[in-house]
Design a binder for this molecule. Structure first.
Ligand SMILES: [Zn+2]
Ligand SMILES: [Zn+2]
Length: 105
């Protein structure tokens, strides 16, 4: 008569730590820092993707102007970009150009 033996709990096998290999493989293309700050629009840009339409700035200033509505009366100061008439200070620039970094001549 076989003795009743409790089935031993199967202890989960803990795999030994795989040898720590370098998980990161060197990229095929060396990472080159191409980010520059444009001196015109103050935005950071990638020189690799800089095109003649990348940089948007306004060619004139954002200034206020008083509009005369009556000979003796003017409206409040109205601010707008004098180059394109855009009244929103954050309006995208009307002049497109290449970004230019501070390093460029
Ligand atoms: Zn403008
Ligand atoms: Zn720019």
């Amino acid at each position: 008569m076989a003795a009743f033996l409790p089935v031993p709990a199967l202890a989960p096998r803990v795999h030994p730590m795989l040898s720590l290999r370098r998980a990161r493989v060197a990229p095929a293309r060396p990472a080159v820092m191409t980010l520059r700050v444009c001196r015109k629009c103050k935005q950071q840009y990638d020189t690799e993707t800089n095109t003649p339409a990348s940089c948007r700035t306004h060619s004139a200033h954002y200034r206020g102007r008083l509009n005369r509505i009556e000979p003796t009366e003017t409206s409040g100061l109205e601010y707008f970009w004098h180059c394109c008439g855009e009244t929103d200070r954050d309006a995208p620039g009307c002049a497109l150009s290449l970004h230019a970094s501070y390093d460029d001549a």
